[in-house]
Design a binder for this molecule. Sequence first.
Ligand code: GDG
Length: 477
Amino acid sequence: MSPMGKTADEAERQHSFVVVASRLPVDRVDNPDGEPDWRPSPGGLVTALEPVMRAAEGVWIGWSGDARPAPGPFRANGLDLVGVGLSEDQVGDYYEGFCNATLWPLYHDVIAPPVFHRRWWDAYVAVNRSFARAAVAQAAPGATVWVHDYQLQLVPRMVREQRGDVRIGFFNHIPFPGYEIFAQLPWRRQVVEGLLGADLLGFQRREDAGNFLRACRRAADLVTRGPAVRVTDSAGTREARAAAFPISIDSAALEQIARREDVRKRAADIRLALDQPATLLLGIDRLDYTKGILHRLKAYGELLNEGRLGPRVVLVQVASPSRERVEAYQTLRDDVELTVSRINGDHAEVGSPPVHYLHQSYPREEMAALYLSADVMLVTPLRDGMNLVAKEYVACRYDESGALVLSEFTGAADELAGAFLVNPHNIEALKDTIVRAVTISPAEARRRMRSMRRRVREHDVAHWAASFLDALGQTRG
Ligand code: GDG
């Protein structure tokens, strides 16, 4: 038996690097022969973590996305994966309820009203316990366990209570709200204490780390000094640290896709299919109320009414399906689709609608071709932890053309000084900013794009992971 009470065989299957994330990086698709097949799933967290996982040869623990029995340890898409199972009730109460209807709106500055149910909280505790159990089983003695995002905030403490030997990191992909908002959460103290099981807590922006430290003081009466929080638990007193580690993308890999001849040809074909517009505007978002899609459409519709964008302008809006069983998302979809139809009804000519709306998901090559085809990228979230789409657009523009309209309320705005920054709530300002981006001179576009490309190239996802893991390595012994 190993020191952890495992058989040698079990210990051999343990890993020195364990990622714990709400979802697995693959979706199950059923083959005609009944055998499951796995397809890479889109999303910000997967985009960021996949290259890190490949480099570290760790194991990824996550939920497969439905209420069927959890897949045991398996390999897919070149990664070692372990599934955590959720019952039908847990999908409703934990995932759709506490994660997507309580925490998500609360942490995004209550853009939608958060819903609080004690039953949902109980499910959150139980599911976090399942993830912690899986992490404990997979972690080799002295391993690094890296827990991700708001769905798993209790896991760090649950793991620590069982395994004093492992180093625990936590990264929050979404904003951490100001205390006035966070304080609404009936279980605010438990959440703070759950998170503080980690040695290092990473956030997208300095403000997020600051908000968390304030929550430690106000919700849990703890003492903080700079980035450090003094935590006392059964094992004694130690320090946890909270700091900003802005996430990024695998810029070089994406640029390589964008440079491929077939992808460039596809980009040209997209413009051809749109009848060679004078200006192609692009939005790519998960269909989520945080992304400011309606504000963007409102501004665009008014600009068309006022004739300020010139002739032959087209907006391509990709809205990838997301959280389709949560009520707020169904309402949003209805609102977006009604708005798109109104704009097209008012402005389309036969064969040339001014909005091309695509409620679909695409392979990465198609995404790169879309980025390449667009003159102006519109990224207008009302609140967004980082926003990788903005960075992806920049990474694909290897000829240094194109312009980025970017909301101030994204983490990316702190880094991409060459963007046209805007408050998306201010529709007049949004309209003026879109016009400025559309009419930018090629020389100014190049200057702005060059500075953004430098940032995204130097601060890529490998840099993000290395800075977090280095800092985690320095936290203890
Ligand atoms: C969360 C935080 C933070 C989208 N549709 C397709 C597709 N995607 C990819 C994009 C991009 C990712 O999904 C979306 O990332 P974002 O960062 O824009 O937004 P969230 O999904 O809300 O991510 C966010 C992120 O976590 C990382 O920390 O930046 O603030 O909210 O990579 O390209 N990919 C493919 N097909 C699609 O149809 N292949």
